[in-house]
Design a binder for this molecule. Structure first.
Ligand code: FAD
Length: 265
């Protein structure tokens, strides 16, 4: 579930190639994409995300993919012959360097299941891919403080939001990880308190984070909240904020980034 709206720029379908791959923490691999087509990409920072097309068959093509990925684009994608149709997954721009036309994307390597995680774990430089910009989910309303909530799949979004938000921002960021060794150095404003939380082995996403959220001392005044990650994390956080803390729905942006036991798409 999600209440984010697609706000993509007119970047269209952007063809890229993998420049390098680096394991930055035990379960996070950074893939750096490059190529001249990145010059047409409108970078907006924050949690800007995109649909990444990954080739899974020898004959997969990127050139006939839709230029936008709303309902119409998705339907067009479905009409493409299956044997030439890349797999589509959603990812966040972790860093974009306009001067060198490079884009970093942090992929959670979550095991052998799926397409994108295993692809990122072993992709080689020179591999081609393509992406379609979807814009930013981050859409703050006027508020005195900010609450950020995520699991490890949302860490790239939270890291980029903390980097790009006003330096006088105040609030809390709750980040639940499967493994605390996946923590990253964050460029957070001094007034944003970052809480790294670790899931107990074998428990579902949110089982550590949601009780911490329920016991969190809120700052005075209105809050804008942004909650992303496994479906139960995003919807559980939103439910708590709206039902138990009385926060207006429009002050909460939330999106389920993945669901336990279910492939995307
Ligand atoms: C807007 C948006 C932005 C996102 N940004 C990022 C990002 O920057 N980095 C990132 O790593 N992910 C991000 N995600 C999440 C990513 O799209 C999903 O995790 C996706 O399912 C991964 O695809 P896959 O092919 O590896 O696995 P799938 O084929 O989708 O799933 C295969 C199996 O793996 C499980 N699985 C999927 N994701 C995870 C996970 N994160 N942890 C554990 N198990 C999992 C599924 O439950 C399923 O059982 C984002 C999602 C959205 C919607």
């Amino acid at each position: 579930m999600s209440n984010i709206t697609v706000t993509h720029a007119d970047s269209g379908l952007v063809s890229v190639e993998v420049l390098r791959r680096e394991r930055i923490t035990p379960h996070m691999t950074r893939v750096t994409f490059g190529g001249p087509a990145l010059a047409q990409f409108t970078y907006r920072g924050f949690d800007q995300w995109f649909r990444l097309a990954i080739a899974v068959h020898d004959d997969d093509r990127f050139d006939n993919l839709p230029r936008t990925f709303g309902i119409g684009g998705y339907l067009k994608y479905l009409t493409l012959p299956k044997g030439t149709r890349p797999v589509i997954r959603s990812y966040t721009v972790r860093e974009f360097r306009a001067e060198t036309l490079e884009m970093d994307v942090d992929f959670l390597v979550h095991g052998d299941n799926g397409i994108a995680g295993p692809w990122a774990a072993q992709v080689e430089p020179g591999t081609t891919a393509a992406f379609i910009d979807q814009g930013c989910g981050w859409k703050p309303v006027p508020a005195e403080w900010t609450l950020l909530v995520a699991d490890e799949s949302g860490l790239p979004a939270i890291a980029a939001i903390l980097r790009d938000m006003p330096r006088d921002a105040r609030g809390h960021a709750l980040i639940e990880l499967y493994d605390c060794a996946d923590q990253q150095v964050l460029e957070a404003p001094d007034g944003m308190q970052v809480h790294w939380l670790e899931r107990a082995p074998g428990t579902d996403p949110g089982t550590t984070l949601l009780p911490v959220l329920a016991g969190l001392d809120f700052l005075p005044g209105d809050v804008y909240a942004f909650a992303v990650g496994e479906s139960a994390v995003a919807t559980g956080a939103r439910r708590h904020l709206v039902r138990e803390r009385g926060i207006p729905k429009q002050n909460v942006t939330f999106a389920g980034y993945w669901k336990v036991g279910r492939a995307a798409g």
